[in-house]
Design a protein. Structure first.
Length: 407
């Protein structure tokens, strides 16, 4: 394969998590009887542009046409997007005459934030079931992939955009050249493109390797993003580290000749990345070695708990949890059930490991000795919601960034 950003063919693989099913492809009871597809899950490094990326790309039509991830399930994300949109609206003077477009808009959670400021909004969401939820939430949504035809429809109907957002979606797209070309077409000359991506620096520093799954094709640093956008006559003028997904990067991009001055944050983060060693292969080799150490520790502790005759449930059925379960080969022989707050997942089974996903009511009916928090990035929120079980003696396992048992 060749690099997604620069076309270099000399990519070096440094971590394989084996062959796994798609992390969001939950199964019905009938589907358990069918053959389940699995795909290689490995990442490699481009020494030219410094992008880390998957070695194998699953066609997006397979991954996104029917989707069970809904952004509004947690308070954490509702607050996150409310603060984000408020900041953008204030910083760039958005009002009723402005247009905000969100790529991969999910259930409309981000655009609802802009609507509070009177901003006109439109979302683009390829998953038909989720786009329907957004429309019911009062967010006009085009059910399609972001492409030139969609852009022309928006311009014809609403004009060019003041801001285009893509949160936790830019890393999901194989042809980011085409997307960026269409973003430029959609934006006003002084418009702003704002993306959020899981930050590779956080993945390495915090050992959050469960963020690696087939939907995430690219693992960005600011260095690789600056390289990429420069190629498109665009410039990164501001960058922020944010807490979501165990550590993400919010990047503000403009047309190269637009009037925004470069923020000091860009220079500081680029220097930090260079000092960390993101330009060399040694950092990634060390990371891969640590990943296997973390896996061994988690598996050893889970086995020890089971060997002592204790029961284990799990809380949260995020895609990252399925990476962790499949890589560590922790299945229904270890975990009795997974609790999740997303009604689209309840009644289904986790991909690969086939653990039933149930309502939180089962914690009362079939109380476990331990709860493995797979949605560890919401551990604080989950521990608060489940305080009564802790008081009744249930112990909680937070697997990452560091293995901890909360008693």
């Amino acid at each position: 394969m060749k690099c997604r950003i620069c076309g270099n063919r000399g990519l070096r693989e440094f971590l394989s998590l084996g062959e796994t099913p798609l992390a969001n492809s939950f199964l019905s009871e009938e589907e358990l009887k069918l053959e389940e597809k699995a795909f290689p899950l490995a990442i490699c490094f481009c020494a030219n542009c410094k992008l880390v990326q998957l070695t194998y790309v699953v066609p997006p039509e397979i991954m996104f046409k029917n989707y069970v991830y809904v952004s509004s399930t947690t308070d954490t994300f509702r607050h996150h997007f409310a603060e984000m949109t408020e900041g953008i609206a204030n910083d760039f003077g958005l009002d009723k005459n402005s247009l905000a477009v969100d790529i991969g808009s999910n259930d409309g959670i981000l655009l609802k934030g802009f609507q509070k400021f009177g901003v006109q909004t439109i979302g683009i969401e390829p998953a038909a079931n989720v786009a329907k939820i957004a429309e019911q939430n009062g967010v006009e949504t085009i059910n399609d992939f972001f492409n030139e035809d969609v852009v022309k429809k928006i311009i014809d109907k609403k004009g060019n955009a003041d801001v285009v957002t893509a949160t936790n979606v830019f890393a999901h797209i194989n042809d980011i050249d085409d997307v960026t070309k269409n973003v430029k077409l959609l934006l006003k000359p002084n418009g702003v493109f704002v993306i959020e991506v899981q930050y590779l620096v956080d993945t390495i520093e915090k050992m959050t390797f469960d963020n690696i799954y087939h939907e995430h094709l690219s693992y960005f640093t600011l260095t690789s993003l600056v390289y990429f956008f420069k190629k498109h006559s665009m410039a990164v003028f501001k960058a922020q580290r944010v807490d979501t997904h165990g550590g993400s990067l919010r990047v503000f991009i403009k047309n190269a000749d637009a009037g925004f001055e470069a923020d000091e944050s860009v220079k500081m983060l680029l220097e930090y990345e260079k000092k960390l060693g993101i330009n060399g292969f040694e950092l990634y080799e060390k990371f891969a070695k640590k990943v296997h150490e973390v896996k061994n520790k988690l598996v050893s502790n889970i086995k020890s708990i089971k060997n002592h005759g204790k029961s284990i449930a799990a809380y949260g059925a995020p895609a990252k949890g399925n990476t962790l379960l499949n890589f560590c080969k922790i299945g229904s022989d270890c975990i009795d059930y997974v609790v999740d707050d997303n009604p689209l997942k309840i009644g289904l089974y986790t991909p690969g490991t086939h653990i039933p996903v149930v309502s939180s009511r089962l914690l009362d009916e079939k109380k476990p000795d331990y709860v493995l928090i797979l949605a560890w990035n919401f551990a604080k929120e989950i521990l608060e919601k489940t305080k009564k079980y802790a008081e009744e003696g249930v112990k909680f396992i937070v697997p990452l960034p560091e293995f901890v048992i909360v008693e």
